[in-house]
Design a binder for this molecule. Structure first.
Ligand SMILES: Nc1ncnc2c1ncn2[C@@H]1O[C@H](COP(=O)(O)OP(=O)(O)OP(=O)(O)O)[C@@H](O)[C@H]1O
Length: 330
């Protein structure tokens, strides 16, 4: 057992490490960033916190870490408010903003300072440098670090107290494929050790590869949650596409059976209301010739849009807010 001075008696066996939010709300003036959300994050899993830009992910994570005060509701880590944790770094580690590093220090100096001020034995610094692959650059000033190295250093700092709960805000943002793979494998490894890993992203494809569970947020509200496969399945309808020289007859036969169709192009029908087998059976029963019968699986992006489409605060196509002068003229 490690002898972290301030971490010597983490209540690991007695308490289940988890994050629990109840009716959590944060308003900034008239802006509601987080809107009465409740959730629990379980140990031994990677939980993805998925939502478009401005959905409220960072705010929620800051509330968990006691960096902001909720307007209403509560959020606890390991059954305690963050500010009441006796050795916070040993219970929860977070990567919230990798840019907030002191430029003139070396990576080792940065971690050593953090260890000393939190009563963590300095030998742990070498362990986390090693775990995050930073040993070869440990003496370099963090000022010269690439984004990927900065993210690794942020994760090294989060791991310093060997905490059971880890919170990473958009850790793969701006990373190259190798960095993304490393973050993904690191999260998996930490969860496999029984830790609670809570990781945010605005990319569903990334979350599908990294997370076991998803918590989907839009405009400050939880839109859905559950195992990744279930969340994706619930947001997607398989589309059956059928091509026939008798498309009009087939459409009539399907409609009679209560199956609505669309005709995206001449001679082709699509439906989300019946599986391919049923469409084929109805065609056969009416002696209708088919040239093609296939099930198309909706893409992850489609599932994501289905989930968050109406809850996106900013979209690429949305018109920019008018400038004050323009607004005054209007
Ligand atoms: N300190 C603040 N003052 C005012 N509004 C804020 C503040 N922090 C966040 N907001 C607003 O709250 C909403 C949620 O922001 P938040 O950063 O939590 O979203 P996010 O899901 O993390 O998005 P992103 O991925 O873009 O960081 C946004 O509309 C944001 O502009």
């Amino acid at each position: 057992m490690r002898e972290h001075a301030n971490c010597a008696t983490p209540p690991r066996k007695e308490l289940i490490p988890l994050i629990e939010a109840v009716d959590l709300t944060k308003r900034y003036g008239s802006k509601t960033a987080v809107d009465h959300i409740s959730f629990t994050i379980e140990p031994g899993t990677v939980t993805g916190f998925l939502g478009p830009n401005g959905a409220g992910k960072s705010t929620t994570m800051r509330l968990i870490m006691g960096l902001d005060k909720p307007t209403e509701g509560t959020v606890k880590v390991n059954g305690h408010f963050y500010q009441d944790l006796r050795a916070p770094l040993c219970q929860v580690g977070a990567l919230l903003d990798a840019k907030g590093l002191h430029g003139s220090r070396s990576a080792r100096a940065h971690l050593t300072q953090l260890a000393v001020s939190n009563g963590i034995p300095t030998r742990r610094v070498d362990e986390v440098l090693d775990l995050t692959g930073l040993t070869p650059v440990a003496k370099k000033r963090v000022k010269g670090f690439s984004l990927g190295m900065g993210q690794r250093l942020g994760i090294a700092a989060a791991l310093l107290g060997d905490p059971q709960v880890l919170i990473f805000d958009e850790p793969v943002n701006g990373l190259d494929p190798e960095g993304v793979k490393w973050v993904r494998e690191t999260c998996r490894h930490l969860a496999d050790q029984g830790r609670t890993v809570f990781i945010s992203s605005h990319l569903m494809s990334e979350m599908a590869q990294t997370a076991d569970h998803l918590l989907v947020i839009g405009r400050g509200r939880i839109l859905t949650s559950g195992p990744v496969d279930e969340v994706i399945a619930s947001a997607t309808n398989d589309v059956v596409r059928v091509a026939s020289p008798q498309a009009a007859d087939l459409a009539a036969a399907l409609n009679t059976a209560g199956i609505d169709t669309k005709a995206p192009e001449p001679g082709v029908l699509t439906t989300t209301m019946a599986p391919a087998a049923r469409v084929g059976e109805i065609a056969a029963a009416h002696g209708i010739v088919l040239h093609e019968l296939a099930t198309q699986h909706a893409s992850l992006e489609e599932a994501y849009l289905e989930l968050t489409g109406n809850d996106v605060e900013y979209t690429a196509g949305s018109a920019p807010a008018p400038l004050p002068a323009a607004a005054a003229r209007a």
